[in-house]
Write a protein that binds this ligand. Sequence first.
Ligand code: GLN
Ligand code: ZN
Length: 760
Amino acid sequence: MQTHILGYPRIGAKRELKFALEAYWNGLSGRETLSEIARELRHQNWQAQIDNQLGFITVNDFSLYDHVLDHSQLLGVIPERFQDGSSDAFDTYFRMARGRAPSGTDQRACAMTKWFDTNYHYLVPELSADQVFELNPGKLLTELREAKQLGHPVKPVLLGPITYLWLAKSCQADFDRLSLLPSLLRTYQLLFELLADEGVEWIQIDEPALVLELEADWVNAYTTAYQQLSNPRIKTLLTTYFGGLGSKLEQIAHLPVAGFHLDLTRSGNDYLKLASLLDQDQILSLGVIDGRNIWKSDLTQLSDQLQSLAGKLGERLWLSSACSLLHVPVDLEQEQALDAELKSWLCFARQKLAELNILASVLGGDPTDALDDNFLALKARRASTRIHQPAVKARLTSITPSDASRSSPYAERAPLQRERLNLPLYPTTTIGSFPQTSDIRQARSALRSGKLSAGEYEYVMKQQIKTCIESQQRYGLDMLVHGEAERNDMVEYFAEFLEGYAVSQYGWVQSYGSRCVKPPIIFGDVSRPEPITVGWSRYAQSLTDKPVKGMLTGPVTMLQWAFVRDDQPRATTCLQIALAIRDEVCDLEQAGIHAIQIDEPAIREGLPLLASEWQAYLDWATFAFRVSASGVKNDTQIHTHMCYSQFNDIMPAIADMDADVITIETSRSNMRLLEAFADFDYPNEIGPGVYDIHSPNLPAVADMVRLIELAEQQIPAERLWVNPDCGLKTRGWKEVSAALINMVAAAKTLRENRLLGKTA
Ligand code: GLN
Ligand code: ZN
């Protein structure tokens, strides 16, 4: 039985690519070194596929930065600002990605955005109305020839034309990207010829946009495209993932392609319908192995499910990963931080190759002991006492609607909070973190390596908190924070203390370019055995008369930025986390902390791909947030924070969270976010970020005053806060000091202007 994968992680098991890229960008090594490391990684990836007896090795899934950027380069889609002759193709690629490269002049980088509903970010192609496509197949052909040398069948992967246009943005407002389709298709035709000349039999052509809710002209474009691309010299596998085909299924089933790939984990019964519509010579590739999570597959269940289809289709049934394995860590084998029992439940990219091999043997009528091992591992996981905590389950069932609402509405809470917190008009605050200096990082690594005892580490952190509080007092901020010195990461920090979470050592996944994240693993019922942040916050509050804001990560973000257990609905897991955070919120209040921020930067990115599924998600997500926030008295002020400004479409849900104060990013969009507030009357307080913390430029007082005045057109001054647009951990103290001093001056100006306005 034919097996393959849609793609493999490219960063390397120990993030070799990340370090090689950064060394090259920083001028510490040459491009030969980078290219050599990249070649070695590709080789390892292919060898892993060969070792696990996959039918094909997949080619062109590797990328030095991003596969969509590679595709732009392949098609010659290079925005004009990079065509200044100041760098060759190698560095132009990095200039497009990051705005700069070792050679060439700096330019505004291409925009980056999330790849469907994953945490991977791609570089958005920029198309113009008179766009010319020109094939640049150097990278593709190099990798293809490298792979062929291994003497194993190869299958190049390409991004499909419609998805490419869909992901792109047009530089001119009034032009339709689909108008470029005819010339784009001619370029693909040439590309197909080229690949056929290279002896390629199959190409995987990725069209994930097909799973979205598309307008009719986009759906019809698929028919146009694949009719025109049909070529007797080459076989195309039309590949979709992250969802099913929905009402488009019949139309797509009739396209003249050699085969289809479906994401079996996310497309319900589409595979049966599609199988019944196949022509005699078409194949069906089923994405049976989850590419988005790290659990062992239930191979027994899969083989039962697919037995009869395998009998019917014979060699025309292929087995694959559901999507590219890009979204899971590379290799479980090297993992040291996870214990043996937990590891026996898990499966990273490399282990997923073995699963494919096992399932193919079984379905091909060749039973193997490995199937029994898989069965026993899953059975042991289900029965493990580490997963099921009766007390957590009982608590969950006893949640009532009143647990998810504050005792009084905002209008009644606000005056009580104002009195207790004693805040001026336009109160100033920050989002939580202060610079993570090398001192802090060194202390943390000394603690890890045992060079620093827990007590010594605590002392160092307390010194940091003290400096942080003193600095904020000097700047004249109204509501202080402890600065988050003790946190490596806003999710991992809490995961380390919560029951039901595990933190890996090498579970890295690419987020964009050289940037990787290490999501913790939620394997069991979540609870909080003891207070996590209370000691730090209480200490910080003891140093000042100003209110210190407690700082927590919210349940949706704690879920969204983790690998989540697959044996119960996400909503259930989220609610368990919410209860754990609620305990922390209540303990903070008990300890004399009267403002508590529950960060939810990930709430928007949890939205399902299909708009028809949004409301159900928003309902449980906002419910979980309210459960985490509603255990406190009326005069305790709950804050929340979100990054990124595309909230316009979920404003009612954000209001539904009922935080007393929300701080958000707006400065980069020049308060455009606030247009949303024109259409929707946000009832509570809001801190629209007045400066962009991602920029090294010092924000001017006048600019910040102007931004708040703009905000005042939508939101009354009594409900406005003055704050940066995100946490300050990536910045240095010097710039932070200068910026916050200006920000406090801006608030002062606003108060004075208002007094003058009143007396006038
Ligand atoms: N409190 C966090 C910080 O200040 C929030 C981070 C975030 O928005 N992603 O760093
Ligand atoms: Zn933020």
